[in-house]
Design a protein around this ligand. Structure first.
Ligand SMILES: C[S@@+](CC[C@H](N)C(=O)[O-])C[C@H]1O[C@@H](n2cnc3c(N)ncnc32)[C@H](O)[C@@H]1O
Length: 204
């Protein structure tokens, strides 16, 4: 009984912290994330509940994305970050790539509203194959395999569409479980800075 009560209290605290962190996000994004989280619990969608970009990192990502209209994400998962990026700027288009085709993004896209939905394109494709078209990209967010060799291959494949001033953002750069991200950045010899758990490289 006591063990169960402790488990429930821990769960409630985690949820309270997660929702508190949403307050630092733009209202439309915070609203979407809160509704998506509720839906994820209802559907027992543990992939979303454990894999999406955390609110603190999302806040940093959205700040870095300010003024950047052509955004590409490598690693869609269930679509929460792609949707958040689109909701944060009504003039932004977001193309998100994933090797796996999953049903979940459709569920969460329904929460986004027609305006944002129309500015999001999902591609099922290995990110290391590079872009499906030659459209220039202002911000490339790499949140895919987290492994060294694929991450290096992805940077090489996307370089042709990254002009001067474009930013490349690597998720989980400091995460101890994903040393491949840091190894890839080092091996590529990319200059840049750490922002929270992210690494940010600006193309010159
Ligand atoms: C951590 S999840 C992405 C989370 C998502 N960016 C978010 O914030 O909601 C990683 C995703 O990368 C995808 N992935 C792994 N290797 C990939 C590759 N080579 N190309 C494209 N996607 C890949 C996985 O299928 C998985 O959905």
């Amino acid at each position: 009984m006591l063990v169960e009560l402790r488990r429930l209290a821990r769960g409630a605290l985690t949820e309270a912290r997660w929702h508190a962190a949403l307050l630092a996000l733009p209202p439309k994004v915070a609203m979407f994330q809160a509704r998506a989280r509720r839906l994820a619990w209802r559907h027992r969608d543990m992939f979303s509940l454990t894999s999406v970009t955390r609110p603190a990192d999302l806040r940093t990502l959205l700040a870095l994305a300010r003024g950047r209209r052509r955004v590409v994400e490598l690693g869609t998962a269930t679509g929460w970050t792609a949707i958040s990026l689109a909701l944060a700027d009504p003039g932004r288009t977001v193309v998100s790539y994933d090797v796996a085709h999953r049903p979940e993004p459709e569920r969460y896209l329904r929460l986004a509203g027609a305006g944002a939905r129309g500015r999001i394109r999902l591609e099922v494709r290995d990110a290391a194959e590079g872009p499906a078209d030659r459209a220039p990209v202002d911000l490339l967010y790499i949140d895919s395999s987290h492994e060294r060799a694929p991450t290096i291959a992805q940077v090489h494949a996307w370089r042709p569409v990254l002009g001067p001033g474009a930013v490349v953002i690597f998720d989980d750069y400091t995460h101890p479980d994903y040393p491949g991200v840091r190894e890839a950045v080092d091996e590529l010899g990319l200059a840049g800075e750490r922002r929270g758990t992210l690494f940010v490289h600006t193309v010159v």
